[in-house]
Ligand binder design. Structure first.
Ligand code: NDP
Ligand code: KPL
Length: 307
């Protein structure tokens, strides 16, 4: 199976390195100092599950050098979705599957508009990983899971092959027969986690132990469920309570990648998280005041800090 990784950062770099180490034909697409460092020293993963080095990986900034592949693993930040989608055109042949592990629910709509619904495999991932320094991916904790599936619920050959590849590579994985719901379920949790940790600038342990910020967490998640429900996603009736119990079990210091980005002065994905909930709510006539307020508050930081 020929695989290209579009965006070789925290997510793409980690899962790509696992697949490459397992012997799969993986080409990394990267740019800038990260690309140069990987070319020079290899791609390094620091993980509590064991460090890895992919020495001399196949890597380029020009997807045109690679040609059509079986699978594109798409893992750029949400603000780069359109430009990266344009850049991967040369990787796409008649049988290519595109699996985005990005957060949010809009990513597959953008990819399907460009490449057609049948090219897109739905997916979502659970991991905390980031570029620690150019060429080095730092994995925090031991969570590293991907959930994927066809939008029509079928157990296709490409999905089964991917599942086998993940198993061989030591990536925890699951095939979902309702991937749209799985993506929305993560979206509910992530909007809650990122909204509360970024606006309070505190980890989940602090957020959940103060009544007002706990109320914010529940309210943000409840609104995402209401919007998803209006779009036809069948959440279980006690879904928000279940996610709250899940949040209560997370390590005290756990936080969101958006909170990390805020602390580092990076750009924020808020426009595609609470901002997207706000826009969808307005379109559907669903009241979403908490997500709208979160977007309005964080919008002043969304472009990052200029040095
Ligand atoms: N990090 C995490 O733990 C998790 C992240 N996610 C989601 O996954 C997505 C990716 O996040 P993450 O891995 O953290 O992001 P990173 O910023 O770590 O990695 C993205 C990489 O893609 C590169 N890139 C963007 N466009 C191009 C291009 N056209 N050509 C070559 N390289 C390109 C970026 O380069 P440059 O830096 O130069 O822009 C960057 O190196 C996000 O939607 C995020 O929300 C989901 C679960 C967990
Ligand atoms: C919550 C987490 C770490 C889970 O993968 C995540 O997706 C994020 O913070 O962006």
């Amino acid at each position: 199976m020929k695989i290209a990784i579009m965006g070789s950062g925290g997510v793409g770099g980690y899962f790509g390195a696992k697949l490459a180490t397992a012997g799969y034909d993986v080409t990394f697409i990267a740019r800038g100092t990260h690309l140069q460092a990987i070319r020079r020293d290899g791609l390094r993963i620091r993980s509590p599950l064991g460090d890895l080095v992919v020495r001399q990986p196949q890597i380029t900034e020009r997807p045109g050098d690679v040609g059509p592949v079986d699978l594109v693993l798409f893992a750029v930040k949400l603000w780069d979705t359109e430009s990266a989608a344009e850049a991967i055109e040369p990787l796409i042949g008649p049988g290519t599957g595109i699996l985005s592990l990005q957060n949010g629910v809009i990513k597959d709509e953008i990819l399907a508009d460009r490449f057609g619904r049948s090219a897109v495999i739905g997916g979502v991932c659970y991991i905390a990983a980031a570029i620690g320094e150019p060429g080095v991916i730092v994995h925090t904790g031991t969570m590293q899971k991907v959930v994927f599936g066809e939008y029509d619920g079928s157990r296709s050959k490409r999905v089964t092959r991917l599942f086998d590849a993940c198993s061989k590579a030591g990536i925890e994985s699951e095939i979902s027969n309702d991937i749209r719901r799985a993506i929305w379920e993560k979206f509910v949790f992530l909007c809650g986690l990122s909204a509360t940790t970024a606006t309070t600038r505190c980890p989940i342990g602090v957020v959940r132990s103060h009544a007002p910020s706990r109320h914010l967490l529940v309210s943000v998640m409840g609104e995402v469920v209401a919007v998803g429900g209006a779009e036809g996603v069948a959440f279980s009736p006690d879904f928000v309570e279940g996610r709250l119990r899940f949040c209560d079990q997370l390590p005290h210091d756990m936080t969101s990648s958006m909170h990390h980005d805020l602390e580092r002065g990076n750009r924020l994905e808020v426009a595609w998280l609470s901002g997207d909930v706000s826009r969808r709510g307005a379109r559907l006539g669903v009241e979403v005041p908490y997500n709208t307020a979160v977007y309005d508050i964080l919008a002043v930081h969304a472009a990052g800090r200029s040095e």
